[in-house]
Structure formats: C-alpha cells, structure tokens
Design a protein around this ligand. Sequence first.
Ligand SMILES: C[S@@+](CC[C@H](N)C(=O)[O-])C[C@H]1O[C@@H](n2cnc3c(N)ncnc32)[C@H](O)[C@@H]1O
Length: 243
Amino acid sequence: MTAQDTSTPLLTPDRLDEVEGWFFAADRFVFDWLLTHQRDYGVRGDLLELGVYKGKSAIAIGYHASDAERFTVCDLFDVGEAPDASTATEMRVYYPTLTRQVFEANYLRFHRRLPTVIQGSSAEVTRHVPAGSCRFVHIDASHLYHHVRADIAAARELLTEDGVVALDDFRSPHTPGVAAATWEAVLTAGLKPVVLTESKLYGTWGPADLLRDALAGRLSTHPTLWGVTEDVAGHTLLRIHSR
Ligand SMILES: C[S@@+](CC[C@H](N)C(=O)[O-])C[C@H]1O[C@@H](n2cnc3c(N)ncnc32)[C@H](O)[C@@H]1O
C-alpha cells in the first residue's frame, strides 16, 4: 500500500484524536509552530521520526513536508524486529496491537501518500538518511538509555546546522533512560535545550536564542498555553505549561 484512492475524502487534522497514540496538545502546537516557523524563515530540509506507533505524531508532521522535502519514519512495527530482549519486552508490554498495516492505514486516512517507511531498528537510520539532510528529527522510539543515546547521536549527524530535535518522554517516571540520555547530551555533547513541554524537550546544535524568543512571543497571545524562561546549566530554556 503506497497511496490512497484519490476519490476517498481525507480526514482533517482536527480528527487526529481518532488515532491512538501519545501526542498531546502542547506538542501539537509546538510541532506546527516550529515547522511553520522554519519554512517561513527559509530553513529547508527533510523530516524524520523515530518511533511512529500508529501514526499520531507522524500524521501531524506529514502536513509540513513540502514537495521538495522527504519525510521518513522508522519503527520496528513487530516484536520480531526487536534488536534485543529488553526491546522485545517493551514491545510486548506497551505496543501489543501495533502492526505496520495499522500505521499505514491510519496515515492514509489523512494524507494521500505514505512517508518513506524504514521497518527496523532506529540504529539503522543513518544508513538510510543522508548526513546533514534533516531540519527536524522526532525521537520517540526506544526508552532504553543506550538506544536513546544512539538516537541522539544519529539526530546530530542527520540534522542540518539549524535543525531541531524533539525528544519524547524525557521526564516520565517510566523512562529514566531517556532522561539520562537527554541531559547527558545537554551537559556533555553540546545539545542546547530550547523548549520543554510536559512530554518533550526540543533542542538544537545550532542557534537557539532567536528560536526560543520567537516561540515565547507567540505564546504571549496563546489562549491555553503560557511560557516562562529558566536558566539551566548555562542555557536559557522556555518551559511551556497549560493555563
Ligand atoms: C511511544 S511509541 C511512539 C508514539 C508515536 N510517536 C505517537 O505519536 O503516538 C514508540 C514506538 O517506537 C517503536 N520502537 C521501540 N523501540 C524501537 C527501536 N529500537 N527502533 C525503532 N522503533 C522502536 C515502537 O514499536 C513504538 O511504535
């Protein structure tokens, strides 16, 4: 399955809640704002998501890929693809009903064409996506420290100079490995944290200040979200909260 029958009406973005997954209002706002801001300011590049599950955040990202930009997603989709026993356990516990077919069917309810799909471990992504080609990478795959650490290193290699990485679950009680890998990248590998929501940390290895300030300005008129800056380990980051 690669494309939907063009006679089938597509669902509109406001129907995204019909797709099962973990992608909440503040992050939907930040994804839309960020990817639009990049386009408006001439930041070009491909889009990448590691960990799609049934497609919720991928569907939102898909609206922002121009005809000249490639959107790639990577997921194991099947416990048989798990690279190790810990991942196989995580798949069985958290994603027992996931299949690639479910992801593709959901995606094609909202978009005419599928993104490029890599079925396999995120450890393989740098073999499929060229270095320095992405303006946005969403890391939402394994929660295990050594995998997330490798995903962050891959993001650094694949991002353009002013590209942005979003790291999911950087502070959830069940994902200490993501927290450790995320703050390690900030403290030792030059990742600049720009924005935090309750679920995700957004960072860059490029310029951070203008991006953060532009988003803070937009939030000052937002009806349901507000932001406050805080200095952390030599970085000024923007925390986003719901009213
Ligand atoms: C939290 S879910 C992703 C949620 C999704 N972004 C959404 O919007 O609902 C994590 C996904 O990562 C996949 N995954 C877990 N470990 C992986 C790995 N090592 N490589 C690639 N995908 C992995 C799982 O199959 C699962 O679909």
